[in-house]
Ligand binder design. Sequence first.
Ligand code: HEC
Ligand code: HEC
Length: 301
Amino acid sequence: MKLTVVLAAVAGLALVSIPARAQDQDALLKRGAYLVNGPVACGNCHNARAEDLSFIPGKEFSGGFHIQEEIFDVYTANITPDPDTGIGTWTDEQIITAIREGKTPDGRIIWPPMAVPTYNNMSDDDVKAIVAYLRTVPAVHNEVPESTYKIPQQAMPPAKGAPAPDPSDKVAYGGYIVTALAHCFECHTPFTPEGMPDMTKVGAGGFPIQLAPGIVFVSANITSDPETGLGNWTDDEIKKAIVDGASKDGHALSPPMPFSFFKNMTPEDLDAVVAYVRTIPPVVNKVERSDFQKKAFPGAG
Ligand code: HEC
Ligand code: HEC
């Protein structure tokens, strides 16, 4: 009698544990889809783009976007599950190492410009969610040309994978989004003459992002300086810039700021980002947009 009860209980457990695991998998995929199509914006670099820089429908994550700076000439990789030209044969661990440490299974280093220093801070849960989601995107066969670098490259140290801060701590969680997921500072921090991010000017902008000779986008000052940064902007004005690509004076902001991804952020995450951005120490740095930006995305200059 007793044994039957135990067996029945075990059988019952087995029955409930299957849907529970399916639920975990669902939650993981949902989180991964949110991150990739929202704050992390992998597709901003990895989607194929037309000449006018718009994304080519049906070629999401299939790579080939060309970025030609003085120090490198890169084509973004195909990160769809295609087994021949994508990452379909890579293990989860191999993909995680590529994202957080910038190293491929055959030992190539894949950054800059991939935001590996940011992703090095990503939690284990979030990087697993991203990999789970990437496995579900449609495979696209797309052979991408090889990237070349004129600077020495180095993998990032092994990631710690610490859990994200609790979202109830808005500034800390916003800091996690900005420094582990959304790579705001990779674009918004100027470089020293030696080619390293200038840590005395975090967020000060003025960094020229070159896609090709003559096609240059200068990033904005997002520090809390009232004159040259965001110190005088309201929360709503900052949100409008991040999700609609509209500057305080109403002019259109240019790519490669990933508005179309950031607009998928939850209101809570967007609030947290703004709360954190408000804490970036002020740096006086008046930024002048590039001639190309002024012409292609007219505005106040
Ligand atoms: C700023 C642009 C940029 C962003 C953002 C970016 N990547 Fe990349 N990524 C690249 C480039 C460029 C390469 C190819 C580098 C090379 O081949 O040397 C690459 C390579 C890779 C590779 C290696 C694939 C291979 O076949 O070698 C993986 C995996 C990858 N990226 C995943 C991601 C994921 C996931 C995200 C979002 C979390 C992401 N990347 C965000 C630019 C970017
Ligand atoms: C891939 C590069 C890139 C990333 C990532 C990026 N930005 Fe930007 N951002 C830009 C560029 C370039 C501009 C300037 C556009 C222009 O002037 O037309 C800009 C403009 C802005 C502006 C408007 C400021 C002004 O004075 O007009 C704000 C606010 C901003 N970014 C905040 C952020 C935040 C917060 C994040 C992260 C959540 C972020 N950006 C991520 C490139 C980027």
